[in-house]
Design a protein around this ligand. Sequence first.
Ligand code: ZN
Length: 310
Amino acid sequence: MLDQIEGLHHVTSMARDANENNSFFTDVLGLRRVKKTVNFDAPDVYHLYYGDEVGTPGSVMTYFPFPNIARGQRGAGEVGTTVFAVPEGALPFWQARLEGMGVGGLGRGTRFGQAQLRFTGPDGDGFALVEQPGDGRAPWTGGGVGVDEAIRGFHSASLRLRSTGQTAELLRFMGYAEAGRDETVTRFLREGGNGAHVIDLEEHPGAQPARQGAGSVHHIAFAVRDRAAQDAVRRAIADTGYGVTRPIDRDYFWAIYFRTPGGVLFEVATDEPGFARDEEVAHLGEALKLPRQHEHLRPWLEANLDPIAA
Ligand code: ZN
């Protein structure tokens, strides 16, 4: 069993409109945009990163906005809900705020005894806020949400699967322990993790496969400290028979990817070097940052990418 994985690193989804996406995560959810770059594999599309002040692993929601993409169709083999942690007692504030801002899909619920507020993003993305007592992570408060309510980072990702067995086995191998069942949901917990250390597996035996599009999660990334830890995880995952990519330089972290048995794409990303690698912390997310291999595209990109409001 592996012991290098700390919890989630980031969640990456697809959107239709870059400005709408930016406004939702900064103005509505109060996160900080910590990087404005492009999709390294399709550089005519933005890659926008939102998180806490410095984009601490476990707090980072990222998006590829494809202007003409169709909306995704919900189903099995995807992340159904991305869940953010807020302090105890903060849900009434969030319910009033999200209602007041016209956010859709609002609903209260309870999972594993924790109160949840569900809502949808601009493209129907499935989100929830959960009150997580004792979460010591420092929130970003520069986005208009105070310290008593602000999002601390991720709480969990909830995966919708036709059958959970093989993914459960994989999570155990990755260092997660089963923490209980609530109806059709099995919870996995990384003991001593980074705060974003819960994965829920929802079993939906009759569900059609999801079709990815706007509002769909593209992949979830798990955090490891450094490249040595990543190499150890990569070798172990490959030894169990998974096809894992080589480590890829994403400028702000190194990434490996592998497809899991239930269909969800997993990444393992390093905590280093982080988002302050090419910008001052005070100005994170302001300028368009390009990786070296795409720097020659800057004039074209600056003329053609839809400008994003500060
Ligand atoms: Zn990623």
